[in-house]
Write a protein of this length. Structure first.
Length: 116
């Protein structure tokens, strides 16, 4: 199993980033996928989730209206479009199925830094 997040970087508040996640080694198109955010010194938190078909999405209240999750099952990819970024969005972002059993299979994540 490989879950490789990319697309992070440093932006100013109000800016945008698009994160990508490449998945392999499992039946990607059968799984709900999610993005998680780990702020410095804190535990990872759910940010957004998308059903296996892509027809259903769910967001943490803190990102509703700013972030959009999507997926491409033909490419085994999940995306997170992040707009109007805030300093509190700073941290490492991971993608994975949301079930706890996947926690030890998360990849390295991608770092997002938002300056005020």
């Amino acid at each position: 199993v490989q879950l490789q997040a990319s697309g992070g970087g440093s932006v100013q508040a109000g800016g945008s980033l698009r994160l990508s996640c490449s998945a392999s080694g499992f039946a990607f198109d059968s799984y709900t996928m999610a993005w998680f955010h780990q702020a410095p010194g804190k535990a990872p938190q759910f940010v957004a989730g998308i059903s296996w078909s892509g027809t259903s999405t769910h967001y943490a209240d803190s990102v509703k209206g700013r972030f959009t999750i999507s997926r491409d099952n033909t490419k085994n990819m999940v995306y997170l479009q992040m707009n109007n970024l805030k300093p509190e969005d700073t941290g490492v972002y991971y993608c994975a199925p949301p079930d706890s059993e996947w926690r030890d299979r998360w990849g390295q994540g991608t770092l997002v830094t938002v300056s005020s």
